[in-house]
Design a protein around this ligand. Structure first.
Ligand code: ADP
Ligand code: MG
Length: 727
């Protein structure tokens, strides 16, 4: 079929050529550079499109406009001038009556055009010689832009301009404006996308029984019609519905996208079921039992429940893929330790990976203190180890001597090979990227594992609670356990907002708390623009506090500190040899010093809600009443005010997450790293949550009965991106 492309072959020379062919000489765009369509122009065109992720014809077809420009009507110049200042761009046509380059106040091109009703000045501060010619006297121009009242009368600065082609009608559709990046003009994209649209038929992928069955109520329109409409809507379509994406055509697009996501999540789930994992029966009188007996406290009911869920997963011959959620301080570490015991009891190794060295080290100390007395060799592996130490640690991992391995990203380096990895635990999983989580899973590569498809069980832990609609879409391939109860004896944290100007009172309060034998965190402001500046502020705060509190021991910990020093500071603080710890956000996750009961967060207005909640979670871990002082600098922006008010009103992580979602929206909420999100460009999980249930139902039906439709749909929407779901 010459001339028609299939959806998914590489972007053919055709499509790239469309883009490389001269765009209709718009003065402001295209820059006249694309005049040749020889092979080098074609391949650079394809490369430019690839920068936007547009590799196949179908990618172009699914690259949808962000907004539109209405070029369907012409106004007489006088009318357009009369309506100037309303913020609406106008389109007029006129003949060039003068054209000159002036030099006051700087070099610029000034062109005047006129029609029967009046005159208009066009001003160009940056221009090419070719533009001067294009707008020579006597040429008829069609121009579009915003009219302003300039010093010399009405003018347009940098309008979009093109010569009028005799007999050419005005466009009868709205002109799309596409997401683009540097080096790709709108004219270029329109051409490429228009070409792809006409050559790619986009047949229906939803089988009729699905459309007429579970989806009947949605009354979905044919996809191909929707795409044509969205790329070039007739001017009578509702602009508001197009803009806020509630138009039925948008609904169809979003539905198809969500369907692709649901199908692939289910497939990832099924694929995992096909894999085998080592079975790890719970042994009576094994390590697990001895460990439980040695614990200084009793598990909470919630801990008992999640431990049982995890233990049951690990007795099965398929890999566990479970997320353990529990608010900060709910006691997830012990649950991880118990799972590790079960793996070790069964003769396998367990690995625990944490996102920061401080946290990993704390885990190492705690778990080796618990387990080494029971005869379990625990190995520490982090980037800061000397090369020789690292080699030794790696050798103990590879020989299988190390039964529990704890560390940072260093665990997933190529040089680390496990003899018999049966369980991998990722703490604070939201801090890791997809690739890193995959890498730890890939470490099974074990010598004694029966089949090549065998993978370790995986437990992910997070204190960031995920509201239900998000969990449904992002984590369909994940089983979730929740610890919804804090260990007994905790007193709730009192949170206060304090104006920055009352710093002296805050320092006095620290002194008072320390005198009562309590310990204090002082968190330095987040300075996003500059790590160096952040460090400098931390050092200054430290010096101020040392001077202001001469009778106390004050320490400083930040990300640039050599690991040995970091460890010794944390050590002193844990052992209460140091009363005040000045810290950057390195202490954000996981750090556990129960005697610390006062937390000061400076410039709290700069932090996000999740981060504030994590930071605050460092106190309130013992029986003493804890206080968190959020110091802020006035004036507060409305969202900062809302965040701080939320922090004062509640300590419930779920409630905070819910409000965070409200304030920020789900994309930012989960961070770009979460797996399922990589697949959603159009659907919005807040406004389109109601579509998800339909997508789930359709996904199930298609997987069960229409395997070919499933393939076609996935390849259209996902291309090569499906592997992201496996993390
Ligand atoms: P997180 O869930 O934030 O990772 P941790 O595992 O660090 O919480 O536990 C917080 C603190 O609570 C630790 O000091 C831990 O030893 C303690 N803890 C955990 N479970 C219990 C329990 N059942 N009873 C008493 N204290 C507990
Ligand atoms: Mg923790």
């Amino acid at each position: 079929m010459p001339g028609t492309a299939t959806e998914t072959t590489d972007l053919s020379a055709d499509a790239a050529k469309d883009a490389a062919a001269p765009a209709r000489g718009k003065a402001g765009e295209g820059k006249g550079k694309s005049a040749s369509s020889n092979s080098s122009a074609t391949s650079s065109a394809a490369a430019r499109l690839a920068k936007l992720g547009l590799r196949r014809p179908v990618d172009l077809v699914l690259h949808l406009p962000m907004r539109y420009e209405d070029e369907t009507t012409l106004a007489p110049i006088a009318d357009a001038i009369r309506r100037a200042g309303l913020g609406q761009p106008a389109q007029v046509e006129g003949e060039v009556i003068s054209n000159e380059v002036t030099f006051r106040p700087r070099r610029q091109l000034v062109v005047k055009i006129a029609d029967a009703s009046g005159e208009l000045t066009l001003r160009f501060l940056n221009f090419y010689g070719s533009q001067t010619k294009q707008m020579a006297e006597g040429v008829r121009l069609r121009v579009r832009g915003e009219i302003r009242g300039g010093f010399f009368g009405a003018e347009m600065v940098h309008p979009t301009v093109r010569p009028v082609v005799e007999g050419e009608a005005l466009p009868d559709r709205l002109t799309p404006v596409y997401p683009a990046t540097a080096g790709i003009s709108q004219a270029y994209l329109r051409k490429a996308i228009g070409g792809a649209l006409s050559r790619t038929p986009m047949p229906e992928t939803l089988p009729r029984p699905v459309l007429q069955g579970p989806l009947a109520r949605l009354q979905l329109r044919p996809l191909a019609d929707c795409l044509r409409l969205l790329h070039a809507p007739p001017p009578e379509e509702s602009e508001a519905a197009l803009a806020d994406r509630t138009h039925p055509a948008w609904q169809r697009i979003k539905f198809d996208e969500l369907l692709a996501q649901q199908i692939s999540l289910r497939r990832a789930h099924a694929a995992r079921r096909e894999k085998t994992a080592p079975t790890m029966p719970r042994r009576e009188a094994g390590l697990l039992t001895r460990f439980l007996a040695a614990l200084p406290f009793r598990l909470t009911g919630a801990q008992e429940r999640v431990v049982a869920e995890i233990a049951a997963d690990m007795t099965r011959p398929h890999p566990m893929h479970r997320l353990l959620q529990g608010d900060v301080g709910s006691g997830k570490t012990i649950v991880a330790a118990l799972a590790a015991c079960q793996a070790i009891d069964a003769g396998y190794q367990a690995a625990l990976m944490a996102p920061t060295e401080i946290l990993a080290e704390q885990h190492f100390r705690k778990l080796s203190a618990w387990l080494e007395p029971l005869g379990v060799p625990v190995v520490w592996l982090a980037g800061s180890l000397k090369a020789r130490e690292k080699r030794e640690a790696a050798a103990r991992v590879e020989s299988g001597e190390a039964q529990l391995v704890i560390g940072t990203h260093a665990l997933i380096q190529d040089t680390v090979r496990f003899a018999k990895l049966g369980l991998s635990v990722v703490d604070e999983q939201h801090r890791f990227g997809v690739a890193q989580r995959l890498a730890l899973r890939g470490k099974a590569g074990a010598t004694d594992v029966p089949a090549p498809d065998t993978v370790p069980h995986q437990l992910m832990m997070s204190a960031t609670p995920i509201p239900r609609t998000l969990a449904m879409t992002y984590y369909a391939d994940l089983d979730v356990s929740v610890i919804d109860e804090l260990p007994p004896g905790r007193t709730p944290i009192v949170t206060r907002l304090v104006n920055d100007e009352r710093r002296d009172e805050v320092i006095a309060r620290i002194h008072h708390a320390a005198a009562e034998g309590r310990q204090v965190y002082w968190v330095c402001p987040l300075i996003e623009e500059s790590e160096a500046l952040q460090l400098q502020t931390a050092v200054e705060t430290y010096e101020t506090l040392v001077a202001a509190l001469p009778d106390l021991r004050v320490g400083l910990v930040h990300g640039r500190l050599p690991p040995a020093e970091k460890a010794s500071v944390m050590d002193d603080f844990s052992a209460n040899r140091m009363q005040v710890l000045v810290a950057t956000t390195v202490i954000e996750v996981g750090v556990d010093v129960p005697n610390a009961s006062l937390m000061v967060i400076e410039h709290a207005e700069r932090f996000g809600l999740a981060q504030l909640h994590q930071l605050r979670g460092r106190v309130g871990r013992g029986s003493a009443e804890s206080v968190c002082l959020l110091m802020y600098q006035a004036p507060l922006s409305p969202t900062a005010r809302e965040r701080l008010a939320t922090m004062r009103e509640t300590t419930d992580g779920f409630e905070i997450a819910r409000r965070d979602l409200e304030i920020r929206g789900p994309g930012e909420f989960l961070g770009a790293r979460q797996s399922g999100e990589a697949m959603l460009r159009f659907a919005d999980l807040q406004t389109d949550a109601w579509l998800v249930e339909y997508a789930q139902e359709a996904a199930e039906l298609m997987l069960a009965q229409f395997p070919e439709a499933v393939e076609a749909h996935l390849s259209r929407w996902l291309g090569g991106r499906e592997h992201y779901l496996k993390a």
